[in-house]
Design a protein around this ligand. Structure first.
Ligand SMILES: Cc1ncc(C[n+]2csc(CCOP(=O)(O)OP(=O)(O)O)c2C)c(N)n1
Length: 367
């Protein structure tokens, strides 16, 4: 086993809500969220519970054979909620499979969230309707998409930032290094959010990079902060900081959110093969939702009425998700050839005709 990578100990991790639920109120980042009062905290808590419930329902649907695959977000909810709520609605999110539920928080319906995972369609929602792309499965590619979008937006004089979400493993991809470099050189309005959930499938982060991801940014000339990704308030604060920087015309900003994937990489993975139960227990004590609940309870913001209102809401959301999933129509064989090119493509048309003829021949011989 490797020792702590050089520099690991030097990274300052921004924390506002301690694991015991105490909220720190001094320092630059705490001041950035001084306006976040009881009702606002309750809103964040509702978002966290909603994400976990939606995620659990998708896991169950996958285990029951109703989805082909799901990439869970359990344990990382506060990274998503804190960052999303710290960004202006016009900012355009470039997400990976891990952040699919961000689209849900931005208004994608269950029927739009699930087709790709059920194998019913190639995508889901219309990106421009919620300023959120469909998920990139190609690890790290969304960094380049975000940078290109940001440069174009900047040339058009639009007040919009592109936000690239990616994992610690993606920092090993050339695409991401290119994106960081081009964004820095062209002072492009991009916020890079690295969800360091400790693993790229089975590869731990200390075998991925000799320094924490946050330290990679300075080599490209990009200001960066490391935040406790399980602290929704820290994530809210650093996202507001990033948004102010980027919208102020100062170029890209990089956030490393230190968090933990509590579940498997996807429903096709068995994490017990590469990590210990002691490790998962250690992180379970740092559950982002428990942390905020402790704070809300200690401050008297969470009474029975609020709890049951949120529970009702998330129960309804889970039921709607399940029923929308089961109602998705099966795709036709011909739809396999759609959306590959913007317009007709001769070779593809030929392959489509061949494939449909083959299907028809099968119809004759199938029992
Ligand atoms: C370019 C590319 N290489 C490899 C893969 C296979 N792959 C899928 S997910 C994954 C791990 C990514 O880890 P990380 O970036 O840390 O994100 P996480 O899944 O932890 O959110 C890999 C290697 C891929 N999808 N794309």
């Amino acid at each position: 086993m490797r020792s702590t990578p050089p520099g690991q100990e030097r990274a300052e991790t921004i924390e506002i809500l301690r694991p015991d639920g105490v909220r720190l109120d001094s320092g630059e980042h705490a001041r950035l969220i001084a306006d976040v009062d009881g009702p606002a905290l309750l809103g964040l808590y509702r978002d966290l519970l909603l994400l976990r419930r939606v995620d659990n329902e998708c896991m169950a649907l996958a285990r029951q054979g109703e989805l082909c695959l799901w990439a869970p977000i359990a344990g990382q909810e506060s990274t998503l909620v804190g960052s999303l709520r710290g960004l202006p609605a016009q900012d355009y999110l470039f997400i990976s499979y891990r952040e699919a539920t961000l689209a849900y928080l931005r208004g994608a319906t269950p029927a739009q969230l699930l087709p790709m995972w059920r194998g019913s369609a190639l995508g889901g929602w219309a990106p421009d309707e919620i300023n959120t792309t469909n998920p990139s499965i190609i690890v790290g590619a969304q960094g380049l998409h975000a940078t290109g979008y940001a440069m174009a937006a900047s040339l058009q004089g639009a007040d919009v930032a592109a936000v690239a979400y990616f994992g610690d493993g993606a920092t090993s991809q050339g695409d991401l290094s290119e994106a960081l470099n081009i964004a820095a050189v062209h002072i492009a309005p991009v916020i890079f959010i690295c969800q360091n959930n400790q693993y790229a499938i089975s590869v731990p982060v200390d075998q991925q990079s000799a320094v924490p991801p946050v330290q990679r940014a300075s080599g490209f000339g990009i200001p960066a902060v490391q935040a406790d990704g399980n602290d929704v308030l820290a994530m809210l604060a650093v996202s507001r900081q990033a948004a102010a920087h980027v919208h102020g015309g100062h170029g890209p900003f990089f956030i490393e959110a230190v968090t933990y994937r509590m579940g498997p990489h996807t429903t096709n993975d068995d994490p017990s093969r590469y990590r210990s139960s002691a490790e998962t227990a250690h992180w379970a004590e740092r559950d982002p939702i428990d942390r905020l609940r402790r704070h809300l309870q200690a401050q008297g913001h969470l009474d029975d009425a609020a709890t049951s209102r949120i529970e009702d809401e998330i129960d309804t959301a889970a039921a709607q998700l399940r029923s929308a999933c089961l109602s998705l129509p099966d795709p036709t064989a011909a739809s396999l050839f759609e959306h590959v090119y913007a317009g007709p493509h001769a070779l593809l048309q030929e392959e489509r005709a061949d494939y449909l003829a083959f299907q028809q021949r099968l119809e004759g011989v199938r029992p």
